[in-house]
Write a new protein. Structure first.
Length: 390
């Protein structure tokens, strides 16, 4: 049985990667830092996934993931041995923990006796392969043939994980909830050695950049637009926001404009009809009340989401470049500039509070240029479109 070693036994690890590779015939070995999770995986060798979504008649809403195990990331010898044996390695640990995990992985790579292996990064981080290559190069012995021996595979992860009550987590630390969507879109060109073709749910794409942009400029941009317009309409939950006809129309307009632009940019990958289906499915998924997603969580971190290369300004640039109508994106940007949502304790996200203070001090026009990277001459029409809705 081939071995898939996955760093991070959290929601994405257990609800997405675990089921995909277990069903494909792999033994799934999770590496994690939570002793309770590691112990339960090692003792039970299985866990339950509960689907919180609308399912066709006859489709079960729970299933078991079998042939799993767990080891503690602090057990360096056990982790080194697992890396040495693995047929494929994955991560879902987040940006803050990934450098440390790469150092741990690097310790086991020289033990593989020349057998290549690929690392599947389920992280949604821009420029991840470059960062991983730099981190591994520093940690590996001089002369290690990194590019020949280690594939660095970026992915696009679109799965949303429902909110789980604390009592469920207490009753069973391994049970995980998920929506029905279950796919990892991966860069086929990032693999070295054998390529894992034919795995249900692992979608290998040669033109991976097209799918990165689809995720950022349809899913992420649409989600953010729903949060910002929903907040201005008084909604706290995404499912309620997208059910408001006014918010739905604004969200749909943004997503459709991005979809049209992507169909023009990548005609070899996308058709307008297929992207329309993708938009409709995302809007259905946004309505899933079981997700419990708040406009605060989806909309927060304005400095990042209004940065030049991120969903809002990047979406605007996409639509401009493909000669679309920027008005829906401009309205979403204007709504973002008015976003002041707080968490359950009534506290704003700290970077957003600082961003709001800057807005009040410098004004929206200055921030659109200095922070968002808009040009007051070249982007005059877009800036006017934003300003009239602020």
């Amino acid at each position: 049985m081939p071995l898939y070693v996955h760093f991070g036994a959290g929601n994405i690890g257990r609800a997405l990667a675990g089921p995909i590779f277990s069903r494909a015939g792999y033994q799934v070995l999770f590496v994690d830092a939570v002793p309770e999770i590691v112990r339960a995986l090692h003792e039970r060798r299985a866990y339950r996934v509960v689907i919180k979504d609308t399912l066709p008649a006859g489709v079960p809403d729970t299933f078991m993931v079998n042939d799993v195990d767990g080891i503690d990331v602090r057990d360096r010898e056990a982790v080194k041995a697992a890396v040495a044996r693995a047929d494929l390695i994955g991560t879902a640990v987040g940006a803050a923990h990934l450098p440390g995990v790469l150092d741990v992985i690097a310790a086991g790579l020289p033990e593989r006796a020349g057998r290549p292996v690929s690392l599947l990064f389920c992280e949604n981080l821009h420029g991840l392969a470059r960062m991983a290559r730099e981190t591994l190069s520093r940690a590996l012995p001089d002369g290690f043939p990194l590019d020949r021996q280690v594939g660095l595979v970026e992915t696009s992860i679109g799965k949303m994980v429902p909110l789980m009550p604390q009592e469920v987590r207490r009753n069973d630390p391994l049970e995980v909830w998920g929506e029905a969507y279950n796919a990892i879109i991966a860069d086929r060109g990032g693999f070295v050695g054998s390529v894992p073709d034919g795995i249900d749910g692992l979608l290998l794409k040669q033109c991976f950049q097209a799918y990165v942009e689809r995720k950022l400029y349809i899913h992420n941009l649409g989600h953010a637009a729903c949060a910002y317009h929903g907040y201005l309409r008084g909604h706290a939950l995404i499912c309620d926001a997208v059910s408001d006809p006014a918010v739905f129309d604004e969200t749909l307009a943004v997503m459709r404009e991005s979809a049209r632009a992507l169909a023009r940019r990548y005609p070899q990958e996308f058709t307008a009809a297929r992207l329309d289906e993708h938009v409709a499915d995302l809007l259905r998924r946004f309505r899933n009340r079981a997700l419990g997603d708040t406009v605060y969580r989806v909309g927060r971190d304005l400095p990042r989401k209004l940065a030049p290369g991120d969903r809002l300004i990047g979406g605007l640039r996409l639509v401009q470049a493909e000669r679309g109508d920027p008005a829906p994106v401009c309205r979403a940007i204007a709504a973002a500039l008015r976003f002041t949502a707080t968490d359950e304790a009534g506290q704003p996200f700290a970077p957003d509070a600082a961003f709001r203070a800057r807005l009040e001090q410098e004004g929206a026009a200055t921030v659109l240029c200095a922070h968002c990277g808009l040009n007051p001459v070249r982007d005059a029409a877009a800036m006017l479109g934003v300003m009239k809705h602020c």
